[in-house]
Design a protein around this ligand. Sequence first.
Ligand code: SAH
Length: 393
Amino acid sequence: MARMAVVHLARGKTQRIAEGHPWVFQGEVHRITGDYNPGDIVTVVDGRGTFMGRGYINPASQIIVRMLTHHDEQIDKEFFRKRLTKAWQYRQRLLADTTACRVVFGEADFVPGLIVDKFDDILVIQALSLGIDKWLPEIVEILDELIAPRGIYERNDVPVRELEGLKQHKGYLRGEFDPRLVIPENGLKVVVDVANGQKTGYFLDQRDNRRAIRPYSKDARVLDCFSNVGGFSLNALVAGAREVIAVDASADALASVKENAELNGLSDRLSTREGNAFDILRQLETAQEKFDVIVLDPPAFAKNKASLEGAVRGYKEINLRAMRMIPEGGFLITCSCSYHMKSDLFKAVVADAAYDAHRRLRLVEERAQGVDHPIVVGYDESHYLKCLIYEVL
Ligand code: SAH
């Protein structure tokens, strides 16, 4: 085997990496010695040549190296076996039920670029970077041994792969099975379609936040905006909401909301509205509708720093309209899954909306993603989901 290439970081560009951040950007590299192919494992050293760790390289990406280890160890199948075993043990230890959970959360489980979600006895995999895509055959073998799933499905139909020079595709990696599954969540049954649902089929990160709607829901009229397959709606209904309206732009998602409500015997108090939530919020406000609880769980408006300004306007608008429709003593459950929309900024946007709406707010709960999506100190990007529950006064 040829000798491993060495990436020399520029002076003054090492602290973030030393503190555990896993990404080396193009502009932080002083020079690279030795030959490599895109996706190869490389050694990373500081400006003095001192060893910092190993990762994989992709010169086509702004993130030229993603770090795998800070130790002088070999990166081979055994390395990945150890990482995946630790990730799975962590879930088994911390979750009461691992029937449906995220098993591997990329960088936050020290396996950059790899997502593995478990839905009953099916695993869904995403390889978001070239370096990890190369290891996919080994990773599938390891997961097969570790978890013994009935099947494995690949959801690599994600645009970020193109930034890595990878193609988008999806399909069966192990076994052939009905992609529609029923998973348990918070004591409810949820239909998940791993082939056609959004992302890997279902948004597992909101599990605990969906449950958190329950104490606010008794006898309440609830508006669940950006409902997807209805996770918040189902929890509100089971906790005794008198009426729930689920809003989403996707007809498929709303069909699943109805199916899920029926499956749980909760469909009598539920209705759905298909369309752009911005428009529907405006229409409901014009019609002077009132809701005791409104959930806002939009997709990431800020995909990068450049789109933050537009995102702020979007978050402000939906939060403002929602607050205007909540009578005194009602609750707003407002979420942002954009990492770039940092917690303080998000709170400031909500406060600004409250000022314009002439409402006072009390922050009742400040929540994040579930523990199967760990937050790594030194890698702030791993704290992406904010779920704030406010009392509206
Ligand atoms: N609350 C959901 C997850 C929401 S994901 C849960 O608990 O699982 C975001 C949802 O917003 C997706 O279902 C997507 O179809 C929908 N969406 C995206 N843009 C929208 C828009 N402008 N109006 C309404 N829905 C939208």
